[in-house]
Design a protein around this ligand. Structure first.
Ligand code: GLP
Length: 261
């Protein structure tokens, strides 16, 4: 687990986009796991810029999104389908058939969840999974109490998540109560995980995820068990961490480490 602290949101976005670009440049048919929410917006903007200006090529890339609200159709402005199209897919050269976002309107959720898991496997697994974090410590929509071995399924959103996400809807009652989400176990099978967080509202969840014992009460804490997980944090999101000096030391010394480490 690696903790990278940055001064600004812009720096988080650029540094995380660099990780994505390296993976895509090294493996043109890479499989990317994508997240929604306001936090990865800067990362997607930077990826779109890299496509336009540096020729970053997504023509063979496949993507899998973490989650979708139950009941929202792909053309609903608050659906995650719509979000991804508006903020990333329409700005890059990705093939529509290579894009996967869980369905919020399928007639058979159980069958869809099974298919989604199988499709990830069929595509060779996820090379890089992008994550945000909820203020209750969730990753994707794996709310507190989610099994740490869970797979893609329906989850009931916590009241805190509904309140947090109400800012995107006209009123709180419009926020869907259920979501379809990759499980914690699904996320953990990705070969690399990056979790982005900014702002002081995320500071308690980030401290729980990094410095408290692994617990289903904060599903982001599972990143402690992943061999290649990195947190990209601004100073406010990192504000409740106790080992700050240690993380700064490690970050500063990393460039000098032998490259095989
Ligand atoms: C939603 C998404 C999560 C995301 C979280 C935080 O709940 N399901 O994947 O991490 O929002 O969003 P934001 O980045 O807007 O704080």
């Amino acid at each position: 687990m690696e903790i990278q602290r940055y001064k600004t949101y812009d720096e988080i976005s650029k540094a995380s986009a660099q990780v994505g670009a390296e993976i895509v440049n090294n493996k043109p048919n890479a499989v990317l796991g994508l997240a929604t929410g306001s936090t990865p917006l800067g990362l997607y903007k930077e990826m779109a810029r890299m496509h336009k200006e540096d020729g970053l090529d997504f023509s063979h890339v496949k993507t899998f999104n973490l989650d979708e609200y139950v009941g929202l159709s792909p053309d609903h402005p608050q659906s995650y389908h719509y979000f991804m199209h508006e903020n990333l897919f329409k700005h890059i050269n990705i093939e529509p058939q290579n894009v996967h976002v869980p369905s919020g309107t399928t007639k058979n959720y159980q069958a869809f969840c099974k298919w989604y898991e199988e499709r990830i496997e069929e595509c060779g697994g996820i090379d890089l999974q992008v994550l945000g974090i909820g203020s209750d410590g969730h990753i994707a929509f794996n709310e507190p109490g989610s099994s740490l071995g869970s797979r893609t399924r329906i989850k009931t959103l916590s009241k805190q998540t509904i309140d947090d996400n109400a800012r995107f809807f006209e009123k709180t009652e419009d926020v869907p109560i259920y979501a379809i989400t990759m499980g914690v176990g699904t996320v953990m099978e990705a070969r690399n995980l990056i979790l982005l967080a900014e702002g002081e509202s995320k500071a308690p969840a980030i401290a729980d995820a990094i410095e408290s014992p692994v617990s289903s009460m904060c599903t982001a804490s599972i990143l402690q068990l992943h061999p290649f997980s990195t947190f990209f944090l601004d100073e406010k999101a990192a504000g409740n961490l106790k080992m700050t000096e240690y993380y700064k030391w490690i970050q500063a010394k990393k460039p000098g480490a032998p490259s095989s480490c």
